[in-house]
Design a protein around this ligand. Structure first.
Ligand code: SF4
Length: 324
C-alpha cells in the first residue's frame, strides 16, 4: 500500500540574529528529513527540545513553509495546491497541541469551540452542527451539559479532550499530536493516550506523535524516529528502537534515567551540552557527546543506512557498537 503521508528531504532554515553586534546566521532546524507513514499507523517522533521535531510537525501540515523538500498526502504534493485546494485539504490534516488552555479561546463556550471548524468550513446547517457536537462530546468522553461552559472551568485532562473533539470535528484522516499529553499528570496522561489509541482504531486515524518522553512514545507508537539537531539519527519499529537500538544517541536517551517530578517524567541530561543548532558540529552532529566517537566522526557525516532486516536504519559509522 502506498503511504498516506510521504515526506522527502524536508528542510527548514530560519534566519536568526543579524543585530548590531551579531551576524545573521542560518539555522537548519530541519535538515534533510525523509519518512513515510502508512494509513492507520502511528509514527513516534522523539528527541530533546531543539532537535527540530516540532518544526517537522508544522512543516508536514504546511503551517510552516519548508525551505526545501516535499510533503505528499494521499499522493498529492501539498506544494502544488493553491490556497483554495489547501483549505479543502486542511479538513484531513489536524494538530493537537501541548497546552490546552493556550489553544482554546477563553471567551468561547466549549460547544462553540468544538463547532468552530464546522462553521469556518461551512459544514452543515446549525441543526447538523449541533448534532455533530453531541457526537464529538461523546467520542471524547465529555457529557453534553459541558457544552455551555468555558475552557477555564475544566481540568487539564478535560481541556485536552475538548481540543481532541475540536481536532476531530471535520473528520480528519491524519493528526499531528505535538506533546499532546505532556502537560498532564501521569494518570491523566495515560487516559488521554488511551483515548487517542481508541479514537485511532474507531475512526481509522493516522498519527505523527511528537514527544520528548520515551515512555509516551513507547506506549503509543508503531514505529519510532529519533531526531538530533535537525537530522534523523535512527528509525525503526518500536521493538527495534527499544530492544536493539543501534545509534549511540538513542542508547543514551534510553539510558538516561527517568525521574518523576510532580507527576511529570523528566530524563536526566545526556553527557555534554546540546550544541547550538545554529552552529552544529561538523561530521556526525553527535560526535561532541558520543562516547565512541573516532576521527572519521568529526569530519564525515554518517548517512542513514540499514542496520538490520526490515526498516531499521541508523546514521552512525559504528552502528550497534555499544550494547544497548
Ligand atoms: Fe558516535 Fe561516530 Fe556514530 Fe556519530 S558516527 S554516533 S560520533 S560513533
Amino acid at each position: 500500500n502506498p503511504p498516506l503521508l510521504r515526506v522527502e528531504a524536508l528542510e527548514k532554515r530560519f534566519e536568526t540574529g543579524g543585530g548590531l553586534f551579531s551576524q545573521s546566521r542560518s539555522v537548519r532546524a530541519v535538515d534533510g528529513v525523509s519518512f513515510a507513514i502508512g494509513a492507520g499507523e502511528t509514527l513516534g517522533l522523539v528527541g530533546e527540545s531543539g532537535c527540530g521535531k516540532t518544526t517537522v510537525g508544522r512543516l508536514v501540515l504546511r503551517l510552516l513553509e519548508p525551505t526545501a523538500g516535499t510533503v505528499e498526502f494521499d499522493g498529492t504534493d501539498l506544494r502544488t495546491l493553491d490556497a483554495e485546494r489547501m483549505r479543502a485539504m486542511r479538513r484531513d490534516l489536524q494538530i493537537i497541541f501541548q497546552d490546552p488552555l493556550g489553544a482554546l479561546n477563553p471567551r468561547m463556550s466549549v460547544g462553540d469551540l468544538i463547532m468552530e471548524p464546522l462553521v469556518i468550513h461551512r459544514v452543515g446547517d446549525a441543526v447538523a452542527q449541533q448534532k455533530r457536537l453531541g457526537e464529538l462530546l461523546e467520542l471524547v468522553g465529555l457529557a453534553s451539559y459541558h457544552a455551555g461552559r468555558f475552557a477555564h472551568e475544566f481540568s487539564g485532562g478535560q481541556r485536552q479532550r475538548i481540543c481532541i473533539a475540536r481536532a476531530l470535528a471535520l473528520n480528519p484522516r491524519f493528526i499531528v499530536c505535538d506533546e499532546a499529553a505532556s502537560a498532564l499528570d501521569v494518570s491523566i496522561q495515560a487516559q488521554i493516550l488511551n483515548l487517542l489509541q481508541d479514537l485511532k482504531q474507531e475512526l481509522g486515524l493516522t498519527y505523527l506523535f511528537i514527544s520528548h518522553d520515551l515512555g509516551v512514545i513507547r506506549h503509543i507508537s508503531d514505529r519510532v524516529m529519533v531526531m538530533y539537531l535537525g537530522k534523523v539519527v535512527e528509525t525503526g519499529s518500536k521493538k527495534a528502537i527499544f530492544d536493539t537500538p543501534a545509534h549511540p544517541y538513542t542508547i543514551a536517551l534510553l539510558r538516561s534515567a527517568p525521574s518523576r517530578n510532580r507527576g511529570k517524567t523528566r530524563y536526566s541530561a545526556i553527557k555534554g551540552d546540546l550544541p547550538s543548532p545554529s552552529n552544529p558540529p561538523a561530521g556526525c552532529r553527535f560526535h561532541t557527546r558520543c562516547p565512541i566517537a573516532r576521527d572519521i566522526c568529526k569530519t564525515t557525516p554518517p548517512p542513514l543506512a540499514s542496520v538490520a532486516e526490515g526498516e531499521h536504519q541508523a546514521a552512525c559509522h559504528f552502528p550497534g557498537a555499544i550494547a544497548a
